[in-house]
Design a protein around this ligand. Structure first.
Ligand code: SF4
Length: 313
């Protein structure tokens, strides 16, 4: 199974020419944030629909609106990194940059310009461990990236064991888009590692549209035991910015055992201007969700600000 996901991770669509051919499109360009689309995700896209909501997340020949509110690094992660590879913004939790690699390149990604050089929690573990041990208020470690599940199962297991050894850390949160765009990443070994650790594990899937939820994903995500499954989405113009789409996503997530958790306003990163949804419209969409769904199916509408994730409504 593991070889299968590693093979699939290498078997991606890259480069404008190949992508334009594959999707019979002229919307791909070779730009600073290179195109990367795993075949498991590409095969879910309707090639006859130029407005396919999955296709729109990876197309990069966007209108350049030149909005001055958009910056290269909207969350300024770099200035909240007391140790290389570790970001500390909130008293009880730290975030580790475990990998610079992602299974897919999402064109709305707020880290698309992030300078990963030096930020490698894996090679800087000893300094990170010292930092966490000296901050007793930290009870949760969040694995981020890139995508932490681009690490091999062996590396992940070692990292999790190291975290387990810090007694005041009780919670492990893993944010991953790999699990849905390459469901073969949910190997038997990964399931075992996350289900057996002494830490309480929360796996936050990053799913924006119900069409991303494939049969393979449903089958594999159902294998986790003792793992809390939450989802966060980004509210993206042209992808999921209507009430019906968001309602269907919440219902589908719940159907496969995942609770909708956050609906993020777009982080204003240069290159993603065309995905922006206005505050007014986002509020209206969220009101509709509250009207039409039970409370536990309504994700919190939030915006990341420099030092805090703020609930929007
Ligand atoms: S998977 Fe996450 S970190 Fe990677 S490109 Fe997509 S949004 Fe960015």
């Amino acid at each position: 199974m593991q070889n299968n996901w590693q093979h699939n991770a290498r078997n991606t669509l890259k480069g404008a020419s190949r992508c334009n051919d594959f999707f019979q499109s002229d919307q791909f360009e070779d730009q600073h944030f290179p195109i990367k689309i795993p075949l498991e995700f590409a095969n879910l896209i309707d090639k006859n629909n130029p407005d396919d909501p999955l296709l729109k997340q990876v197309i990069n020949a966007q209108a350049r609106l030149g909005n001055s509110e958009f910056s290269l690094s909207p969350l300024d992660d770099e200035s909240n990194a007391p140790v290389e590879g570790l970001i500390h913004k909130y008293p009880n939790r730290v975030l580790l940059i475990t990998s610079r690699v992602c299974a897919i390149h999402c064109q709305y990604c707020f880290r698309q310009n992030f300078d990963y050089s030096g930020h490698d929690a894996m090679s800087n573990w000893l300094a990170i461990e010292d930092y966490i041990r000296s901050h007793q208020s930290v009870n949760e470690v969040i694995l981020s990236g890139g995508d932490p599940l681009s690490l091999s199962d062996e590396k992940l297991e070692k990292l999790i064991k190291n975290i387990e050894n810090i007694k005041h850390v009780k919670l492990l949160r893993i944010h991953s888009r790999s699990v849905v765009v390459t469901p073969s990443r949910i190997t038997d070994k990964l399931v075992k590692i996350l289900s057996k650790t002494a830490l309480k594990v929360v796996l936050v899937t990053h799913i924006n549209h119900e069409n991303e939820i494939s049969e393979a994903f449903i089958k594999n995500i159902g294998n986790f035991d003792n793992v809390t499954l939450l989802n966060q989405s980004v509210l993206l113009a042209g992808v999921n910015d209507d009430s019906n789409t968001l309602e269907r996503l919440s219902l589908k997530l719940f159907d496969v055992g995942i609770l909708p958790y956050y609906l993020h306003m777009l982080d204003k990163v240069k290159g993603a201007e065309h995905f922006l949804v206005s505050d007014e419209y986002a509020t209206q969409l969220h009101q509709n969700l509250k009207k039409n769904l039970s409370g536990y199916l309504v994700p919190k509408l939030v915006r990341d600000e420099n030092l805090a994730a703020k609930t929007w409504v």
